[in-house]
Write a protein that binds this ligand. Structure first.
Ligand SMILES: Cc1cc2nc3c(=O)[nH]c(=O)nc-3n(C[C@H](O)[C@H](O)[C@H](O)COP(=O)(O)OP(=O)(O)OC[C@H]3O[C@@H](n4cnc5c(N)ncnc54)[C@H](O)[C@@H]3O)c2cc1C
Length: 238
């Protein structure tokens, strides 16, 4: 039996939530089963649409954390915002067995195909699409091509904490570091990136607008050409 092609991103599909995993106090990973194989690339996202009984609906984008694997399963990691319409619903209401309306995969620019040097820099939940890239690199035995630097406030806020460690990953803690001897807490700096910058790498930067601006400034100081910097901003623009 041949598998059907993935639908174009314009079409809404009903996905089944098959597992919900707590990553941190504020982040959960939702494993979804789509009606058809997902042909997403590392870095792409899906749009999730919630519709109330009165017809009101809200849509938000969520990056795919799982690597491309030619299966009908995708994983989305959602950070809960206190007053967030969609993220708080996902956290407080959605359970395995529920159906979610999704559309995707979306995005063609913030994509890593697994065959070129890449510097992945994430702030907070900005790690999600970068995790798909790291997982792709590990799965295909090309960790030599990637370096991932993730910035979080404290150890409790680090997603994928058990899976993340490796010679190709660095965690920068801005407020509270895990133990004595580790890098002292502080904002991500030029040195953190210089050490991870492979020759000819394209930088993939993901996080809040403020984080993205900070990191692109550091990359400019490290003489990374603008054409080799790709940015995905998660938060509000002002
Ligand atoms: C391409 C793309 C991929 C994304 N991938 C992910 C992902 O993998 N995981 C994830 O958790 N989020 C991701 N986001 C952010 C996500 O789409 C929502 O913006 C976020 O979940 C907030 O939606 P909400 O309905 O809960 O909050 P809203 O009701 O929209 O907003 C509530 C309040 O929070 C502010 N706000 C909105 N978004 C953010 C934010 N990201 N950070 C801080 N404050 C915010 C709003 O200004 C408002 O004051 C992505 C965004 C984009 C554009």
């Amino acid at each position: 039996m041949t598998e059907p092609d993935a639908p174009p991103p314009g079409r809404w599909q009903s996905a089944t939530v098959v597992r919900v995993t707590k990553e941190t106090e504020r982040a959960k990973t939702f494993r979804l089963m789509l009606p058809e194989v997902s042909r997403h690339l590392a870095g792409q996202h899906y749009v999730v649409r919630l519709t109330a009984a009165d017809g009101y609906s809200a849509s938000r984008s969520y990056s795919v954390a799982s690597p491309p694997d030619e299966s009908a399963y995708i994983e989305l990691t959602v950070e809960r915002l206190e007053d967030g319409e969609v993220s708080s619903y996902m956290h407080d209401v959605v359970v395995p067995g529920d159906q979610l309306e999704v559309r995707g995969p979306v995005g063609g620019w913030f994509v890593w195909r697994g065959d070129t040097p890449a510097l992945l820099v994430g702030g907070g939940s900005g790690i999600v699409p970068l995790m798909a890239m790291l997982r792709l690199a590990r799965r295909s035995g090309r960790c030599d091509l990637v370096r991932l630097v993730v910035s979080v406030r404290c150890p409790d806020e680090l997603c994928y904490a058990e899976e993340l460690p490796g010679p190709e990953t660095t965690v920068v803690y801005t407020r509270e570091a895990p133990s004595l001897g580790a890098r002292p807490p502080g904002h991500l700096g030029e040195e953190d990136l210089r050490n991870a910058l492979l020759s000819g790498a394209t930088a993939y930067v993901c996080g809040s607008s403020g984080f993205a601006d900070h990191v692109t400034g550091l990359l400019a100081r490290l003489a990374v050409p603008a054409k080799r910097i790709r940015v995905e901003r998660f938060g509000p623009t002002n």
